[in-house]
Design a binder for this molecule. Structure first.
Ligand SMILES: Cc1cc2nc3c(=O)[nH]c(=O)nc-3n(C[C@H](O)[C@H](O)[C@H](O)COP(=O)(O)O)c2cc1C
Length: 374
């Protein structure tokens, strides 16, 4: 299982793993794939700590960092992070905070102690993500900066290229893929509708070949619904240079997260996810629960545009992470439809080995089929 991306990054297999967990980044890269750390939830100081931790453990393997700088959001153009944050805070109607508080109270989710209360704006804007990019580039083993929800701004692409690293960007349709390519993005990540997190309208089976054809010869990573080697084989048969998966890594042994959250993931079927604007303001796929349903109630306010809705939901995310046992009915558990295939906890190494074996079995089946007369 090789592609041009193996030579580009010096990796064994073109399996890219998106995760918010540093242990998973290290284990995937050490197993021959490419781990990518999602930076959106980290302050610049926390991100520096995470990257140092990874550097110390990953040996000479490369890894990546993922940011979220959307093409469109409230307050875009404001480059002063502090001013932006003040303006955004002022723009959130009290009714939204009140509704969120009410839903959490209805479910008995404990409040944070007074001194720890707060609703920080972390990534989500050019101004707040730029320091993350600068920190990432100061770490030599970070060989890839990926961006979600838009074409990375020209200053980001230039600074990544200036130090000899590569830029990737996620997209949900061929039009956006072309925009990325024209801006100088090196690798396009085509994420289908079924994927976890922010996701568009077009399913992977249709999207992947569409994007491959639109941006050729730029390499495309297939994302959305990849949980097995068979699916990697399908992605590569459709022209992808490898795969990019997120949900697959939620149930591994090394994934951080409370037992209660892992149990929610292990119990979920492929029918238990929903695309909701109640988290960030843009459609994102998470496990359906009382929080997602509440925002569809007649008494619910309309979710706000990005990143304002994030200032509302951050309290839910922090409280449900702190009190996972009391909060699963309203917890933030992002996942794609492939979660239904993930029913046991395995180590990253075991998952990588299964993915590779399953890929080869699928390829052999196809070769046998192709060798049949007729
Ligand atoms: C828990 C979770 C969090 C995610 N957060 C981000 C994120 O912060 N940035 C990003 O670019 N993509 C994010 N994604 C999307 C992944 O990068 C990836 O495209 C997606 O998981 C692929 O589909 P799959 O979930 O079916 O593997 C997230 C996905 C999951 C499951």
């Amino acid at each position: 299982m090789r592609s041009e991306l193996c030579d580009l990054f010096g990796i064994d297999v073109p399996i890219f793993a998106f995760t918010h967990c540093r242990d998973v980044v290290v284990e995937v890269s050490k197993a021959g794939g490419f781990g990518v750390l999602g930076a959106v939830g980290f302050t610049p100081r926390q991100l520096e700590i995470e990257l140092q931790w990874i550097d110390e453990r990953i040996g000479d393997r490369p890894y990546g960092v993922d940011t979220i700088i959307p093409n469109k959001y409230e307050g875009e153009g404001e480059t002063d992070a502090a001013k932006l944050e003040t303006a955004l805070r002022a723009a959130v109607p009290q009714a939204h905070y009140d509704f969120s508080d009410r839903v959490l109270a209805e479910h008995g989710v404990p409040e944070f102690p007074e001194e720890e209360k707060g609703r920080e704006l972390l990534g989500w804007t050019h101004a707040t993500a730029l320091p993350q990019v600068e920190i990432a580039l100061a770490h030599e083993k970070v060989q890839l900066i990926a961006n979600a929800l838009g074409t990375p701004p020209p200053d980001v692409i230039q600074s990544v290229h200036a130090c000899g690293r590569k830029v990737a960007a996620l997209c949900g349709n061929a039009h956006h893929a072309l925009r990325h390519k024209e801006a100088g993005v090196d690798i396009i990540i085509a994420q289908g509708h079924e994927g976890g997190g922010h996701t568009g309208e077009i399913a992977s089976m249709v999207l992947w070949p569409e994007v491959v054809d639109a941006v050729a010869p730029t390499p495309v990573l297939a994302a959305g619904g990849v949980g097995s080697g068979r699916q990697i084989a399908a992605a590569m048969a459709l022209g992808a240079a490898g795969t990019w998966s997120g949900t697959r890594w939620l149930t591994v042994k090394e994934a951080a997260g409370a037992l209660a959250q892992k149990e929610s993931y292990l119990a979920a079927t492929s029918r238990d996810t929903v695309r909701t604007r109640s988290i960030s303001g843009k459609p994102a796929r998470i496990l359906r629960n009382d929080w997602t349903e509440a925002w569809d109630r007649p008494d619910a306010p309309d979710p706000l545009p990005m990143p304002l809705q994030g200032l509302v939901s951050i309290d839910m995310m922090r409280r449900t992470m702190r009190y996972p046992d009391q909060a699963q009915a309203v917890a933030f558990n992002p996942a794609g439809q492939v979660i239904g295939m993930l029913n046991q906890v395995q180590s990253v190494r075991a998952v990588m080995s299964d993915l590779i074996d399953d890929f080869h079995e699928a390829v052999e089946r196809l070769q046998e089929s192709a060798a049949q007369p007729g």
